[in-house]
Design a protein around this ligand. Structure first.
Ligand SMILES: Cc1cc2nc3c(=O)[nH]c(=O)nc-3n(C[C@H](O)[C@H](O)[C@H](O)COP(=O)(O)OP(=O)(O)OC[C@H]3O[C@@H](n4cnc5c(N)ncnc54)[C@H](O)[C@@H]3O)c2cc1C
Ligand code: SF4
Length: 325
């Protein structure tokens, strides 16, 4: 297997175009997939030297553009980023282990393969590996989706995508042409064979965040089966802004529950105008109860209905500093 190390985007795209080569960023997922036989052997284009993918740029309007090779650790530790985008920094801080955060990149995180154990075991075929069925659906899907959107039942794996969805962020993708698309459009629940919509040969160049909101409060929480080095069963992130004691802006997103990260517009609408406190009113409580209506559990994932509600409540209470919680 050959590895090339282009120094600019033009060369990287040329080496990926029609060659079957795979781009590598931090390599924390790609290397494991190639070693385990989850992916067919293929030449690797190492993106580490591609200068256009590096760096954090602050735009004249105060928004940030993050190069795809920005590491998870940089997202967690950069004080200016953490001040402007606290929900993203909080999510990055909780992700994986220090070693993984140090190597893993923003682009690679958004484009990693899902964690389904059938997919990760080359002995099984499924939609993702050229097969025509999903063995997890009728098999062991304990960590599967609770919002069943299509043939594949593996939850979306990227924690950063959940936070970026809460920011309505967008990504710049280069290939035959250059495209800007919303993070929400990077994933398609109905496509059973793919974890994201990028075509072979395309490179995720950068992520664009919105202009920061002054006074934003944020929280990220995850429920896991063990205390560290684990993907979450359910994760939730929230951003809220208060004005004169009431919520003037709310964004709430969840992961681990569906094929894509999800925004929760019902909860956001109920929160807007609410006064934080031990009793934030029936509308918010009703919107949390209504999360059950979103769910269509598989036989083994019913536990995620309550877990999602509890995790969302937890992030809201933390972000709003509800007393006595
Ligand atoms: C113990 C452990 C726990 C973890 N827990 C979590 C967790 O809680 N949440 C979470 O989100 N992740 C978690 N991860 C996954 C980890 O975050 C990902 O492996 C990592 O983010 C992938 O980034 P990378 O730069 O190493 O990508 P790579 O492994 O280099 O690439 C991943 C995929 O993206 C493609 N790719 C990479 N960059 C680009 C680009 N710029 N353009 C086009 N394609 C590209 C590659 O071809 C490959 O298919 C965990 C990993 C481990 C080992
Ligand atoms: S289709 Fe999805 S859930 Fe089913 S086995 Fe493949 S990756 Fe797993």
């Amino acid at each position: 297997m050959t590895t090339t190390r282009p120094e600019d985007l033009g060369r990287a795209l040329a080496q990926l175009d029609g060659t079957g080569a795979r781009p590598r960023a931090g390599g924390t997922d790609l290397t494991a997939c190639l070693a385990a036989g989850v992916l067919e052997p293929a030449p690797v284009v190492d993106l580490a030297g591609v200068r256009e993918l590096h760096g954090v740029e602050w735009l004249p309007d105060g928004a940030a553009r993050l190069g795809a090779l920005t590491t998870v650790d940089e997202l967690a530790a950069d004080p200016r980023l953490a001040g402007a985008y606290p929900a993203l920094a909080a999510t990055a801080r909780e992700l994986a282990t220090p070693q993984v955060r140090n190597a893993a990149t923003l682009g690679g995180n958004l484009l990693q393969r899902n964690r389904c154990w059938y997919l990760r075991n080359p002995a099984f075929d499924c939609f993702h590996t050229g097969g025509d069925s999903c063995p997890a659906r009728g098999g062991d899907h304990l960590y599967g989706v609770v919002v069943d959107q299509g043939p594949c039942v593996a939850p979306h794996p990227s924690s950063l995508a959940v936070a970026l969805l809460a920011y309505d962020a967008s990504v710049l993708v280069a290939g035959a042409d250059e495209q800007e698309r919303a993070v929400a459009d990077l994933y398609d629940a109905a496509a059973p064979a793919r974890d994201h919509v990028l075509e072979p040969g395309q490179v995720l160049v950068s992520v664009r965040l919105p202009v920061p909101r002054e006074g934003e409060r944020a929280a990220y929480r995850r429920a896991t089966g063990r205390s560290r080095a684990e993907w979450p069963l359910v994760e939730a992130v929230t951003r809220v802004v208060l004005h004169e004691g009431r919520v003037s802006h709310a964004a709430v997103a969840v992961g681990g529950v569906a094929r894509t990260p999800l925004r929760l517009p019902g909860v956001e609408a109920a929160l807007t105008g609410a006064r934080p406190g031990r009793h934030w009113g029936p509308k918010v409580e009703e919107s949390l109860a209504a999360l059950a209506d979103l769910c269509s559990p598989l036989p083994a994932t019913g536990y995620k209905v309550d877990l999602m509600r509890a995790t969302v409540r937890d992030v809201l209470e933390r972000a709003l500093e509800v007393p006595g919680r």
